[in-house]
Design a binder for this molecule. Structure first.
Ligand code: NDP
Ligand code: MG
Length: 388
């Protein structure tokens, strides 16, 4: 029987990587719903290719345009995620991919959990800000969770049910991005174009900038802490410019497991769709030139001072994570729009998270999406004037 699937954020980098896998294995899947914000052209191509009957387009103008373009077709078009009941009735689909970028992905992720047997989550901001809510829904609706961020998929594969007490240390690798060797004194003149030139990974713009500042690894440490319920002292960042090893786990029995795969998100995504060797994927030969020179380095904190922000993170799930993610979301936007320079991102993140008014959030556990959304909007409202 065909696997019934949904892609939230189908037109993004992760969404398209998944679509490419589905294209090759078209007979195995039926896509019930695709969503996008405003990239109608790409969404419509996917709709035609897979004969999709339901779409959500969150940008209002594009939603109206879609209604016009598809008026003669039997396709249900929605502008938000409030009517999922209508689409799925009371039947669970098999697999949902959560790949909307930024904190905007949290609400759709929470909403889809009820309707799917499995959810693969790439949207790290949703995990970082809303993990207690996601975890609650996963349990309530008995939905299986698969982490898609490559490091987390690797850790998840390496752990294979081992207990927290059996794990001594977990290393998450970082490529170091485009500025791992760039002269620090030239950082203030880094252009958007340069920051978007990631040496190894082809990703959406926001996460590419996050990789250039290294906050992406701060996020990934927080993400791992939440998903696997580790303490922060169990987790460490290791710079590995080749991005061949994605995670290393040292166990208390003396064994260490390392996970290697080619630098492409198609590997974790494929494995989330086809677990247990159900199908083969075309992958590159093992590269011994890289293996013979893995070249691990500690993070240079003069170059990437943002990693110190981890010391400020509370040990329990809190709303403070939303302050950090929201500050970064807005500042990266300002940088992408050429309103602030590269160094302003880190400088202003620190200013925001150090504000006295936000310290109380370290002790408040997120209870619902509205609370997270309101805080997100407040932090964004403080940051906007910084760009003028
Ligand atoms: P992209 O920017 O390439 O794509 C984002 C997707 O989300 C697009 O489909 C976009 O629609 C949609 N979207 C954006 N804003 C909204 C909104 N407000 N409401 C609804 N939909 C929206 O991102 P990536 O694919 O790179 O990343 C997606 C997530 O996965 C991020 O959280 C990222 O951190 C994480 N991730 C990504 C990796 C990668 O390799 N790319 C690796 C690991 C994690 P539209 O195209 O119409 O704008
Ligand atoms: Mg990653």
């Amino acid at each position: 029987m065909k696997k019934k699937i949904v892609i939230l954020g189908a037109t993004g980098s992760i969404g398209k990587t998944l679509i490419n896998i589905l294209k090759i294995n078209k007979n195995d899947f039926e896509i019930l719903l695709l969503t996008a914000n405003k990239n109608l052209n790409d969404l419509l191509k996917q709709v035609n290719l897979f004969n999709v009957k339901n779409i959500i387009i969150t940008n209002y103008e594009e939603y109206i345009l879609a209604k016009e373009k598809l008026k003669n077709k039997k396709i249900n078009i929605y502008n938000n995620f409030n009517e999922l009941d209508k689409i799925f009735k009371n039947k669970k689909i098999d697999y949902a991919m959560s790949a909307i970028s930024g904190i905007e992905g949290l609400n759709p992720t929470l909403k889809i959990i009820k309707f799917t047997k499995e959810i693969a989550i790439a949207n790290k901001e949703a995990i970082i800000c809303g993990w207690p809510l996601i975890n609650y829904s996963l349990k309530k609706y008995q939905t299986k969770f698969i982490p898609i961020d490559s490091e987390h998929f690797s850790i998840w594969s390496l752990l294979e049910g081992s207990k927290d007490k059996d794990i001594e240390k977990v290393f998450i690798t970082a490529s170091g991005g485009p500025f791992n060797k760039y002269p620090i004194k030239k950082f203030k003149t880094i252009t958007v174009k340069k920051a978007l030139m990631h040496p190894n990974w082809k990703m959406g713009k926001k996460i590419t900038i996050d990789s250039a500042t290294m906050i992406n690894k701060v996020f990934e440490i927080i993400e791992a802490k939440k998903i696997f319920n580790f303490n922060y002292d169990k987790l460490e960042i290791l710079v590995h410019p080749k991005s061949y090893v994605h995670a290393i786990v040292k166990f208390t029995n003396g064994l260490t497991k390392i996970l290697i795969h080619e630098t492409s998100m198609k590997i974790p995504i494929f494995n989330s769709l086809y677990p247990d060797f159900k199908k083969k994927i075309n992958s590159k030969k093992l590269d011994f030139l890289i293996i013979n020179n893995l070249d691990f380095q500690n993070v240079d904190k003069k170059r990437f001072p943002i990693v110190d922000i981890l010391k400020k993170m509370p040990s329990n799930d809190s709303l403070f994570e939303t302050v950090l993610v929201s500050a970064n979301d807005s500042l990266v936007n300002l940088f992408l729009n050429k309103r602030i320079n590269f160094l302003d991102i880190e400088k202003n993140i620190k200013k925001i998270v150090n504000r006295v008014e936000f310290q109380k959030y370290k002790k408040i556990k997120p209870k619902n999406v509205t609370q997270i959304r309101k805080l997100h909007e407040y932090v964004s409202s403080i940051i906007k004037p910084l760009g003028v």
